[in-house]
Design a protein around this ligand. Sequence first.
Ligand code: ATP
Length: 242
Amino acid sequence: VDAPALLHAEQLNVRYGRQIAVRAVDLQLARGESVALAGANGAGKTSLLTALAGVVPPGAALSGRVTLDGRAHDLAGRRRAPDPAIALVPERGKVFGLLTVEENLRVARGAGLAGARLTSDDVYGWFPRLRERRRTLAGNLSGGEQQMLGIGMGLMRAPRVLLLDEPTLGLAVPVIEEVCERLAALRDALGLTLLVAESDSQWLPRLAQRALIIDRGALVHRVGRLDAAQLDAIHDILLGIG
Ligand code: ATP
């Protein structure tokens, strides 16, 4: 018998008015695994991640169920109070450009609520470059540094599941390689579970151990092994010729 999933989503739907962005999505993530969410631009990756994190934009209609470690959240008809155990790192890190690196981490840590927290020193241990830049305004960081800061911010409330929206977007190849390496190290050291949205098939094997393919809001394929033949097939699907 398989171990029960850490995160289990059932029949997730996201609508913006008449536009259906996520359709009847079922997915399971096991503790400590990295899974890619691969899809073309507009396929619904961001909408699915925000639904899982409980941060869909106002006006979006959400339904379905998300269970984390046996604790169920019913999403029907409302925005769910975000569970700090599921953290989202938005596209391009979405840092506060007019705050310093250190201030961004403090904002992400929050105050006054119950629950585990990391310190900025913990994050600097993972990303030494951010320690050097701690007094720099986040808006003056390079794209790679902003992405690392976004990941650090996602970690501050000690989540168990980290959802990442296209962490490779707009970065140079060596920087992407560094992001992939850091994510795998964080996963292994912290026992994190990762779901990583990606639109470029070449990075999937570096980001994840398996992949879910999303097209027009629905999960259309589940790929257990990211070998060359599978990557070619995924590449065609992402270009809309699969
Ligand atoms: P991208 O890589 O371009 O961000 P994506 O795969 O993340 O794409 P979503 O951003 O989830 O896809 O978008 C899915 C669909 O929902 C698209 O057709 C998009 O235009 C639409 N959409 C997304 N956000 C909104 C919104 N706030 N209001 C209305 N429609 C939206």
